[in-house]
Design a protein around this ligand. Sequence first.
Ligand SMILES: Nc1ncnc2c1ncn2[C@@H]1O[C@H](COP(=O)(O)OP(=O)(O)OP(=O)(O)O)[C@@H](O)[C@H]1O
Ligand SMILES: [Mg+2]
Length: 149
Amino acid sequence: MISEESGLSHHFEITGGDFSSAGRISTSIKEILQEIGIDSSIIVRAAIASYEAEMNVVMYAQRAVLILNITPEKLHLKLEDEGPGIENIDMAMKEGFSTATDEMREMGFGAGMGLPNIKKNADKFEISSTPGKGTSLKITICLDSTGKK
Ligand SMILES: Nc1ncnc2c1ncn2[C@@H]1O[C@H](COP(=O)(O)OP(=O)(O)OP(=O)(O)O)[C@@H](O)[C@H]1O
Ligand SMILES: [Mg+2]
């Protein structure tokens, strides 16, 4: 039973540079959502958003904490990383913009589609960053299928 007040909360830690466990957290999130019977179309959106957020930490930051919070109305993903931050958020949000290295591109990353895809799959998306410190993301997906999306 999900309580009105606090909802259901899960806490994950992501380590920068750890390509071997990349995708692990978005898989756990998917499993948690399946277990509590969240609609599959919502699960797909949450899985895409969390995967892209997780991969950006693996690729660009040192570490992050990701909190999944589910209330009867909404699913929230809140990520805070420690890393280089993003100098120009407008530029980073553009489809195709990427600073991925050749090595990352060889692994299939670096299309510059991660952040735009998070935005596309969220009902609400907030990003803020302090260069030299880190980046924060707040992603909200409404659980009511008659919602905005
Ligand atoms: N957590 C982060 N910390 C620092 N820089 C970031 C972070 N997330 C994104 N960026 C910057 O924003 C750019 C765009 O990110 P986005 O996820 O859209 O594309 P990408 O990661 O380069 O490629 P793709 O996600 O398609 O594999 C990145 O190339 C990087 O410069
Ligand atoms: Mg990315």
